[in-house]
Design a protein around this ligand. Sequence first.
Ligand code: HPA
Length: 242
Amino acid sequence: MSVHINAKKGDFAKVLLMPGDPVRATWIAHTFLKNYKEVCDVRGMLGYTGYTKNGKRISVMASGMGQPSIGIYSYELFSQYNVETIIRVGTCGAFQKYINTKDIIIAQTASTDFNWMTDFNLQEGSYSAGATYDVLEAAVHESRKSKAKVHIGNIFSEGRFYHFTENDKEPWWKPWEKIGVLGCEMESYALYCNAALLKKKALGMFTVSDHFQKPGILSSEERAKGLRNMIEIAIRVAEKFA
Ligand code: HPA
């Protein structure tokens, strides 16, 4: 057991899919894995290990919301359970007009307004958090085979969902949109930093659930369907790292 995970050593596979929501972790295990078993449940942060239809052993565990939460779970999984690769499978908001809800975004890099890296004692400069290249390459390759519309680039891992600094001139997200950032979520920056620190592998991919320049938000049914395309891609990627 680690501080926040009540699984036994060896309960997790080498590769793990990580949605934010525990209900979604259960749905992924139920829908995509055979012979799976629940391996942890502290604070309802459910984790499962099972086999893909091609017989590859993979795990799925929820991260909760935000960098502090995914920071805790990814650190313990990497450092105490020998998990080598974590693929975050979440949702995000989109900034760019050429992106639509239901599209998929793959985070080549993550930027943030959160102070995650202050603890790493960099004397000068700021850290550019990036996906691990071979996992990114596999995800790009697999996503090109799918019908889903996929965008690859920089995303903003925001430290707060609600922003109180908006002024009349420009909404808070506009400067990020101007420099080409695709959209925002709340976890990938910390995940990428933990993977870098511990010499592990990480990738974040997201279904676009809402848009900052277009009306409408995905219904739960559309969200589930969009998610299905993305999880199918993520499972094929995970199989390569199993
Ligand atoms: N902000 C942060 N996280 C999100 C969003 C958003 O707009 N949409 C889905 N996850």
